[in-house]
Design a protein around this ligand. Structure first.
Ligand SMILES: Nc1nc2c(ncn2[C@@H]2O[C@H](COP(=O)(O)OP(=O)(O)OP(=O)(O)O)[C@@H](O)[C@H]2O)c(=O)[nH]1
Length: 446
């Protein structure tokens, strides 16, 4: 059976949440409690106390059985049972106007903080911020006065009640200096014997409409706005919150802009690095190759000769040099243009490449002249290969249907002969091929 009569005690000085005024219970919790009492059908006997500490003592001893608006804490769990949360309220730090703004508890450092004895925040600060110097006071009013008179650096408490108190006491040198820990989650509490009532209390609280809740809140909040100019305290609080979110937002914006710029710069750097590597590769390639036909160049052949004197001198096989020169190439340029001439040279390079054997070295000697160093190639083999090569060139249709003929001068490297001298003899043989009517291969005599 539910009790018909319940002894209630409240915080005597915690407006707008609750207070005692001329022996009556006033504040937000008085409206909620009246609603719950009507819903459940019990009558209320108010037991007056002189401080919150007194109220807690009385609850511990069973002198009163219900308190309508408080936070649940580990310590209070030992002697009270709690309803669901029905009201939430942010906590703030209060300092004098000269003090700097603090973003959170972490920045309190070694400042002293006033908090009413027995308030949940006392337990909270003690367990999570043991370095903070707590100065226990008997009420919020006393705590705020301590800050105003320099006895404590900060006060921590609920924003709504702090606001009300400051206005009520005219403590105009105080300001909201930062957010003060987790928000209050306010519930009703009963002594353990009344625990079975909690189900019905929760049902009653859940039954209160949002509109009704707003009306309770506004009723007690409005009463406290005595001096309109003191709105700045609230504005400070809201401004502070706005400013910190703005700063955070700007900081994130700057960081993300910086990051994307950094990413772009890195991409550009990477691109430059790749371009540079490609240019270096091309440069290395071009030092040994002809840019048009991509064949080796004259420089490569000279280097090869320099690098292989032993091979050339001590070899046990013949080496044959071929110089190949296009017949009447000037006419092709004149008739089809220089670009077509280029294209013909490129195509001719692949015909020559298709005729190569293992160990052969093919190079563009210059202009429309090519050289093949044929290793392990006798004079007879040299002539046969040169004629096969001429036949392949003749058979090929070049771009724009162009046909080509070539002349070839050959020479076989003598045992003690330098490559240069051998080339000169091959060149003479080429000259001879040209003067004998072109489109032929001639081997230089020893
Ligand atoms: N398109 C193009 N023409 C080139 C290149 N190098 C040289 N030539 C041209 O090749 C032609 C060679 O002309 P000549 O030395 O008179 O010889 P030719 O016309 O081939 O006649 P013969 O060698 O006497 O059979 C010149 O007109 C050069 O301009 C090149 O890289 N591209």
């Amino acid at each position: 059976a539910q009790p018909r009569h319940i002894r209630v005690c409240v915080d005597p000085d915690w407006l707008p949440f609750e207070a005692l005024h001329e022996g009556r219970h006033i504040g937000i919790s008085s409206d909620y409690l009246r609603y719950v009492a009507d819903y459940l059908g019990f009558s209320i006997e108010l037991i007056p106390t002189s401080s919150w500490q007194d109220t807690l003592e009385l609850l511990k001893r069973g002198g009163c059985q219900l308190s309508p608006m408080l936070n649940k804490t580990r310590e209070r769990n030992a002697y009270l049972r709690f309803s669901d949360v029905y009201f939430r309220s942010p906590n703030v730090l209060v300092s004098t106007k000269e003090q700097p703004f603090l973003q959170s508890f972490e920045q309190i450092g070694d400042r002293s903080v006033a908090v009413p004895r027995g308030y949940r925040l006392q337990e909270y600060v003690k367990s999570y911020y043991p370095r903070v110097r707590l100065r226990l006071v008997s009420s919020e009013r006393e705590g705020l006065a301590a800050v105003a008179t320099g006895k404590a650096d900060l006060y921590v408490g609920a924003m709504f009640s702090v606001n009300a108190q400051i206005q009520d006491s005219g403590l105009s040198n105080l300001k909201i200096a930062g957010w003060g820990g987790p928000e209050d989650e306010l519930r009703m509490a009963v002594i353990p014997e009344l625990e079975p009532m909690l189900k019905d209390i929760n049902a009653a609280l859940a039954n209160i409409s949002d509109q009704q809740r707003l009306a309770f809140y506004q009723k007690w909040n409005n009463i406290q706005v005595i001096d309109e100019t003191d709105y700045d305290l609230l504005y400070w609080g809201l401004g502070l919150a706005f400013l910190s979110s703005l700063l955070l937002f700007m900081r994130n914006q700057i960081i993300s802009r910086y990051n994307s710029e950094l990413m772009l710069k890195n991409q550009q750097l990477e691109q430059m690095r790749e371009d540079l590597q490609a240019s270096n590769r091309e440069l290395a390639f071009l030092s040994w190759h002809d840019p048009l036909t991509r064949l080796y160049n004259r420089h490569y052949v000279n280097q090869w000769v320099d690098d292989n004197p032993a091979t050339l001198a001590g070899r046990h096989y013949p080496i044959c040099l071929m110089i190949i020169d296009v017949d009447f190439f000037k006419e092709i340029n004149d008739e089809h243009g220089h670009n077509t001439g280029d294209q013909v040279l490129v195509e001719l390079a692949s015909v020559l490449q298709s005729q190569l054997q293992q160990d052969d070295i093919l190079a563009r000697w210059g202009g429309e002249e090519f050289v093949i160093v044929c290793q392990r190639c006798s004079p007879e083999q040299g002539v046969t290969r040169a004629e096969a090569l001429l036949a392949a060139v003749t058979a090929k249709r070049f771009c724009k249907g162009i046909s080509l003929g070539c002349s070839v001068g050959l020479a076989v490297l003598r045992p003690d002969e330098s490559m240069l001298s051998c080339l000169e003899r091959a060149d003479k043989a080429l000259y001879q091929a040209k003067s004998e009517g072109r489109h032929r291969a001639i081997m230089a005599l020893d």
